[in-house]
Write a protein that binds this ligand. Structure first.
Ligand code: PMP
Length: 334
């Protein structure tokens, strides 16, 4: 799954192309001086920072080891062996893995023809043993998005015994996407869990900072299943600095979104089917043999993620990386 480290353009893991902001690096260096001290036993101060930032009470926040870590804590908290979890397929690799870890029956549902969730089919797979229905919005690997109206129409069909895990890892790149503020969403949907991360838009993947926002009983239940000292001092320092630098982040995001549109348009002009993306990556439909494309991209030093028989997912990098992608796709016509 990991990109070959030898590749010049590492576009296989949906990472941010730029290193952390200088203000974040400075905060990390400063926090380093206190690494002989424990972080909070329960991460209350950390949750308080997220709560102030997102405008929710601290009781509605769960923080953890990346959003993947928080999602796994949620699985541990609510899934009993024999319960089931419904998710689209393909999706973020961790969800099928979490089903196995939590001994849930995974119920994968193929995506619809527009590379979006097939919400009718997802609804059809839910029953009284469904504990979690996972919806990545925008979706990984396709970058596609549902409107809030479409989502809430679906939420009405979810049994009250199931939680809706709305994974918004990439939502900061969805510049045209609109939804009510999270506090209003949580007030209206007591079984909704909104999952976020600083790995993608904030470019801090290695630091593992993620959080979930949910109604208090749900959030408490997840916190009760977490390991003590769940987040550390470096994460806290980076979070504070990242929140203070949101304008700078927004400028970087706008630049990535512009490159995404340019690269997507070029690939479409070449005849490739590229899904509309609300993320920092592109999904190119490629049901045939990937070998010629792979050989060409590897020759150009480009590592992307291949989904055999389905398509290719390409993170947006700096301009030279995106130009290398375009060159590779030019050499191998659809
Ligand atoms: N959700 C989705 C949809 C993702 O694609 C990823 C990372 N690839 C994650 C969650 C996990 O992110 P984190 O680094 O916060 O664990």
């Amino acid at each position: 799954m990991a990109a070959p480290e030898s590749a010049r353009h590492l576009l296989a893991q949906n990472e941010h192309p730029y290193p952390p902001l200088p203000s974040v690096l400075a905060a990390l260096a400063e926090a380093g001086a206190d690494l002989h001290r424990y972080p909070d036993f329960r991460p209350e101060r950390f949750a308080g920072i997220v709560a102030d930032w997102q405008g929710v009470p601290a009781g509605q926040v769960v923080v953890g080891h990346g959003s993947a870590g928080v999602a796994l804590d949620l699985f541990h908290a609510v899934v009993e062996p024999g319960d089931n979890v419904v998710h689209s397929q393909p999706c973020f690799d961790a969800y099928p893995m979490f089903c196995e870890i939590a001994r849930a029956e995974a119920r994968p549902v193929p995506l619809g023809p527009d590379a979006r969730h097939d919400l009718a089919a997802v609804a059809g797979r839910m029953d009284e043993r469904t504990r979690i229905v996972v919806l990545c919005n925008p979706h990984n690997p396709t970058g596609t998005v549902y409107s809030w109206a479409e989502l809430t129409e679906f939420f009405r069909r979810v049994p009250a015994t199931a939680l809706i895990l709305l994974d918004e890892a990439y939502v900061d790149f969805a510049l045209d996407w609109r939804a009510p503020d999270v506090p209003d969403r949580i007030a209206e949907w007591p079984n909704l869990v909104v999952l976020r991360t600083l790995s993608k838009s904030h470019g801090l993947a290695a630091l593992r900072i993620g959080y979930a926002l949910a109604a208090e009983p749900v959030a408490r239940r997840v916190r009760d299943h977490q390991v003590p000292y769940a987040v550390n001092r470096l994460q806290e320092a980076a979070l504070v600095a990242a929140v203070a630098a949101e304008d700078e982040m927004a400028r970087r995001i706008a630049g990535i979104a512009a490159e995404r549109e340019r690269t997507g348009a070029e690939l479409r002009r070449l005849g490739w089917a590229v899904a509309p993306s609300a993320t920092n990556f592109l999904w190119v439909e490629a049901p045939g043999d990937h070998a010629p494309l792979r050989a060409e991209l590897e020759r150009l030093g480009v590592a992307v993620r291949y989904y055999p028989g389905q398509g290719v997912r390409i993170a947006i990098g700096e301009k030279d990386a995106n130009d290398a992608v375009i060159k590779g796709f030019t050499a191998v016509r659809p």
